[in-house]
Design a protein around this ligand. Structure first.
Ligand code: PGA
Length: 251
């Protein structure tokens, strides 16, 4: 069985003081947990602090977005080389909040995914449907199209060095989690779409679930055969909750 991967997505939250307290509790709490990997994706300005506080620990870290170009006249943007300078392992691309609030298309997300991989970092590609799309039975079509753009740009084998996060938009920050069965169904679809009948490839794929995961529902979600861990928003800001979720991922 693949080790579970639990990643916190802090979104636009934190202060130097709060981060320090949170990261100290996480490093203390994660020590001694086995069979699980854990990471936090923090706002850009806190990467240096995160790098300093997580040095020598087992917790990895990353960013929540990146610009697709290597460098140049892109005022206000951050390149993947800058993220690498700060020791990032992961970069979230295509989070639904960026697709919706910043108008990021699947094509742009695929370019970002490519630039992250080319720099040797691991993209966390978020996919997921809205409530309207789910109710219209469009979940597989929507998720399939989001994946197809990346496959077109980077090829299906690129998922060997990527993480996929299935995050139904209707479950993000709403307190309304997908049931383990609903999530499992989409995870199985994603695994089959990418790996087809190549069993080794299928086993190696890392597909996280995200959307209102908390300390009390994590274990039943992680028990599903195609759920390899979680991308955690709100609950990743509270050390006790995030650690309880990490514990649910231990084997
Ligand atoms: P949530 O966010 O856990 O607060 O629902 C998940 C995410 O957006 O990654």
């Amino acid at each position: 069985m693949q080790r579970k991967l639990i990643i916190g997505n802090w979104k636009m939250n934190g202060t130097l003081a709060k981060n320090e307290a949170l990261l100290k509790k996480l490093t203390d709490g994660v020590t001694g947990m086995s069979g699980m990997d854990c990471a936090v994706c923090v706002p850009f300005p806190y990467l240096a602090q995160t790098q300093a506080l997580l040095r020598g620990t087992s917790i990895k870290y990353g960013a929540q977005n990146v610009h697709q170009a290597e460098k140049g006249a892109y005022t206000g943007e951050v390149s993947v080389h800058m993220l690498r300078d700060f020791g990032c392992n992961y970069v979230i691309v295509g989070h639904s909040e960026r697709r919706t609030l910043s108008g990021e298309s699947s094509g742009l997300v695929a370019e970002k995914y490519a630039s992250v991989q080319k720099a040797g970092l691991t993209p966390i590609l978020c996919v997921g449907e809205t409530l309207e799309q789910r109710e219209a039975n469009m979940t597989e079509t929507v998720v399939g199209e989001q994946l197809a753009e990346v496959i077109k740009v980077r090829g299906v084998q690129s998922f060997r060095t990527a993480v996929i996060a299935y995050e139904p938009v209707w479950a993000i920050g709403t307190g309304r989690t997908a049931s383990p069965e609903q999530a499992q169904e989409v995870h199985a679809f994603i695994r089959k779409k990418i790996a087809g009948f190549d069993e080794d490839f299928g086993h190696a794929l890392c597909i996280l679930y995200g959307g209102s995961v908390n300390a009390s529902n994590a274990a039943e979600l992680f028990a599903m055969p195609d759920i390899n861990g979680g991308l955690i928003g709100g609950a990743s800001l509270v050390a006790e909750d995030f650690l309880a979720i990490c514990r649910a991922g231990t084997s």
